[in-house]
Design a protein around this ligand. Sequence first.
Ligand SMILES: Cc1cc2nc3c(=O)[nH]c(=O)nc-3n(C[C@H](O)[C@H](O)[C@H](O)COP(=O)(O)O)c2cc1C
Length: 367
Amino acid sequence: MGAAWTLFGNPALRLIDSERAHSLSMRALKSIGESNVGQSVLNSLYKAPEVPIEVFGKLFHHPLGLAAGFDKGAEALLAWSAMGFSWCEYGGVTRFPQEGNPKPRMFRANKHRALVNRMGFNNPGASEIRKRLADRKSSNLWPNNPVAANIGRSKKVPNEHAGDDYASTIDLLWDHADMFVLNISSPNTPGLRDLQDRDYLESILKSCNSVRSKKGDEKPYLLKLSPDALDDEIRGTISIAQRLGIDGIVATNTTIKRPIPLTTQSRKAFSSEGGLSGRPLQSRSLEVINTAYDETNGKIPIVGVGGIDSKDSAWEAIISGASLLQLYSALVFNGPTIVSSIVKGLKGRVRESGFSSISEAVGYKHI
Ligand SMILES: Cc1cc2nc3c(=O)[nH]c(=O)nc-3n(C[C@H](O)[C@H](O)[C@H](O)COP(=O)(O)O)c2cc1C
């Protein structure tokens, strides 16, 4: 079981191609997650304390979940809970299967604790994932924690038909997620970010809303924002989305901006085309959380994601207005112990600040 340990944050893995390291981790996690022994060992190594919070009418053991993109094919859902995450988001899933962009398409800047990726929604497509998840459910291999599905637009579908594309994917996955994240902010599918424009956005939300009405079940829809939009544009997008009944905001996706490189290795990563995640994204994501909280008057839940890698960055996101949190890059650089270490830190901050629960701290900075 050193297995899970060796998967992340291991210096040897940093020497091999980033995507290969990720595939090795996923393969091991899938098998560990599906065995009872594997789950209990992960649990004993990585169990996080309880810092309960109720969001979207669901109880989360604590706010921290796995961000989209790590488990694109929904292969290791049980492993994420056993690793201490209180919820996870699988995908991005598209209606049609996609290979994604040619490799290499994932790069590390270790000194900056940052990743650059241009995966391009490589995934087996909504029908295959639905089949996979139906099999898991019927074999009792489904986590007790909330599961979100990240939905992207298929590359071959033009923006004019994006509404139908998103809606069909949600329709297919309806029974296999507790909430749906509409991803209109990945930089790696040409034209995707244009979907933040009013007409496209309205059409997507209306199409998705009609699926929800048909199903007669109020599963929450969240909209994932780009950190590269201007604040006024972000406010505009949120106000349209709120008018059309969006239930939550995810702030943020990766950025196409770059910090100044520190080393040759980061120069190589930063000159690669794609979206940057990890520590350099943290301050902009925080700004977007603050803007979203302000624009919505704290009325709809925000998921904070981008550079969260410590109790301090997690706490900042909470007091800026995030009810839930996610991370991806910190798992790569710090390994799985980062989950319980952040959650322990949050528990301490709640106590030290004199709050009776973490929900009292959400958006506290704005008071
Ligand atoms: C390799 C990789 C693939 C990603 N794929 C997706 C995706 O399919 N959908 C999505 O909404 N976000 C995707 N993301 C973005 C993450 O969910 C997250 O928003 C971003 O990485 C910032 O968080 P972090 O700084 O903790 O990594 C991806 C990120 C990485 C590094």
